[in-house]
Design a protein around this ligand. Structure first.
Ligand code: SF4
Length: 330
């Protein structure tokens, strides 16, 4: 597999973001402090290894709340939920812990504010993604989801003079710019957040791919097929003219991809554990090729845990154990 490769470039930053670390910590801590069973609605983050590992530790993953028994504890995923889901949980007396990333919550709050002020809201994103489904639920009568500049150009809204836009947190920065430009042409008075809502982690991982894309002949992006930010990393590399593939793990690497490749880049989506990167490097490194980290920025973002977790611990006479990150245990 490795006969011709002379160098591996590791994009930095890559892998877990602060929202994913927080969500994983929340499930692990809930398993410690809440009476079992602990349910998680949907994948806590879009990565199979993370979900399987938490499942082995005791978390029960379900698609919808009707699979959760009354009075049980349920955790909402990092991607956020529509208000109707929260209302159903409250009505049923479920004990709720919300692992929605604070940067997703910020977009929800912007949607609520614009809806209250009477705006039609264009949500730039992918309509089948959990995050977009959740944000859409904040104002379903006012939000229009568009994914492309073409769709933006054709969009008709109730009052073209009063339009606002928001973005999913995990989009391609370049694609989003094109959509926003198309919206500005169509609705000259459109307003939006001071910066678009694409989160710091998405931006940094895309910037890191751009930095190495022209120095490698092939880029491997490790992440799940349903991970929006991982898919965008593949697109960013291909836009730069570099061959790129999304792989779950090292087993997905096809030997023919490596034909004639001397320098290979590796990155990982924001929900991908670093162990999967290490395994890929190890597999490709059979002939002692050089491995180089290329960092565009250091990240030090960390989000606080939800208060309900501390309250649940207190109820049981416990204090929350120190935050542990699953990335250290797998
Ligand atoms: S990718 Fe961004 S928005 Fe999504 S969980 Fe991570 S930090 Fe939050």
């Amino acid at each position: 597999m490795t006969a011709r490769i002379s160098e591996i470039l590791l994009a930095g930053p890559r892998g877990f973001c602060a929202g994913v670390e927080r969500a994983i910590d929340i499930v692990e801590l809930a398993l410690d402090v809440c009476p079992p069973p602990v349910y998680v609605r949907r994948e806590i983050v879009h990565n199979r290894l993370v979900v399987d590992t938490l499942h082995k530790k005791g978390a029960i993953f379900v698609d919808e709340l009707d699979e959760v028994p009354d009075d049980a504890t349920v955790i909402f995923s990092a991607h956020g939920i529509a208000p109707s889901v929260r209302e159903e949980a409250l009505r049923r007396g479920l004990r709720v812990i919300d692992a929605t990333c604070p940067l997703v919550t910020k977009v929800h709050l912007e949607a609520i504010r614009y809806a209250r002020e009477g705006y039609s809201i264009v949500l730039i994103g992918h309509e089948d993604h959990d995050e977009v489904i959740g944000t859409l639920g904040e104002a379903p009568d006012r939000i229009y989801v568009v994914a492309s500049a073409e769709a933006a150009a054709e969009l008709e809204v109730a009052d073209p003079e009063k339009v606002a836009y928001l973005t999913q947190t995990t989009l391609s920065m370049d694609d989003t710019r094109d959509v926003i430009d198309a919206l500005r042409r169509k609705f000259p008075k459109i307003v939006g957040p001071s910066r678009d809502d694409i989160c710091y982690a998405t931006q940094n991982r895309q910037a890191a791919v751009k930095r190495i894309a022209n120095d490698v002949e092939l880029l491997l992006v490790i992440g799940s097929a349903n991970s929006s930010n991982a898919i965008r990393l593949v697109e960013v590399a291909r836009t730069a003219g570099t061959r790129a593939h999304l792989i779950n793990d090292v087993c997905d690497i096809r030997p023919e991809w490596l034909d004639g490749v001397r320098r290979i880049g590796i990155t990982a989506g924001a929900s991908t554990p670093e162990v999967l990167v290490s395994q890929a490097v190890e597999a490709l490194n059979g002939h002692s090729v050089s491995v180089r980290e290329v960092h565009v920025v250091e990240e030090d973002v960390r989000f606080a845990l939800p208060q309900e977790l501390a309250h649940m611990a207190k109820e049981r006479g416990m204090t929350l154990p120190a935050r542990t990150a699953m990335r250290q245990s797998i």
